[in-house]
Design a protein around this ligand. Sequence first.
Ligand code: ADP
Length: 423
Amino acid sequence: KVESFKKQKDVMEEARPQAAQELSRVAPAEAAFKELIGDGGEGTLARFVNNRLNVLFWYRSPRESHYIFGAQLDLARLSQELGPLAQPNDRQVNGDLCLAILDDNAKPVALSKSDFQANWKHPFVATEIGEVLPHWEVAAYLVNPAQLSESARTIKLTLGLLIALLVFAIGIGSWLIVSDLNRQLKLARQKTDFVSNVSHELKTPLTSIRMFSELLAEGRVADAAKQRSYLGIITAETARLTRLINNVLDFSRMERGEKKYNFRDCDLIQLARETTESYAPHLESSGFRLETDFAPGTLPVKGDCDALAQIIVNLLSNAEKYSGERKEIEIRAGHHDGPLPYAEVRISDRGLGVPRGSEQKIFEKFYRAHDSLGSGIQGSGLGLTLARQIARAHGGDVVHEPREGGGSCFCLRLPLQFDPVKS
Ligand code: ADP
């Protein structure tokens, strides 16, 4: 008996650690299960066993709370059932995208396009299904990724072009604003200069007229020759005033578009000769040597003789003003043959010349290359502007040509009416 008891005891002793082992294996699992489900009445449990997902639904009987019923989800069956869910009704989604339900190994279990193949690990967009099916995802794949990158490239290009266009437009706009501001500023400055220039030009002849007329009126000049010379100065200064006022009035008429011309047949040779003759005494009395060379015959042009004479006077007056030490003026009139024959009056001097870079600017209104302060020569900056505008209104032009040996040459060119008559 003792033997058998001993044997039994030994068996039990041997069996104990095994039982204890089994107990210790079950008890933590039970404890962990209890911990997971808590006191709840029902729920789901998802676990990975041997790297495979197991989903368990459990239910606790309300009457027998120590009984818990469970059911394991058949994931293969679930995949079959989920198939139709991956078939959206939206036609656009169907055309461009393929929807897939991916299992925990990122393998598609349902596809909206059965024959679609892709790198399943790189969907266009994906989201997890939920806690019940951990690692399971609903993913969308682009059917034609190249098309999307193509349209993305087109959009990028269009946007780039639009931005470039915008930057360009802003640049051009800013440049226009800045240049307009500069222009306005320049014009405002030129107008102020013009007012002071004109005032000066009015003042100088008025002072001499007043001085000489007072001398004559008070009878303080007994010498007849001196009297004549003073009267000559008064006449010349009055002519200068008239010229200046005419220029200013004509300029304002032109600016308002009100300048009218009385077009008729003129002979440019005759006009140049008469104008030079009326201006010559003044030039000679100021010590100028005047050389004239008028082509024989006539130079028929259609124009306003007074306006054309005004151009010649303005050019002669400039030649006089900007002559400096060498008081030599040349005036030539002739014609140029060619496909477009034209009549030309050239007025040249040996004076200061037009500074380099100002050759075109001198024809702008109020512009003076030799300002009153620097050169001591007075002017309004309108003479050449008017000369060119009048010439252009006659279909011709006034141009500047540099002169070999110093000085400058201004040419009045007008279209010839018909072949010049040679005498
Ligand atoms: P201004 O009343 O100042 O003479 P113009 O319009 O007649 O105005 O001439 C514009 C500018 O052109 C002058 O200020 C001068 O600097 C230059 N200019 C005109 N004619 C001559 C010339 N014969 N020689 C040198 N410079 C000239």
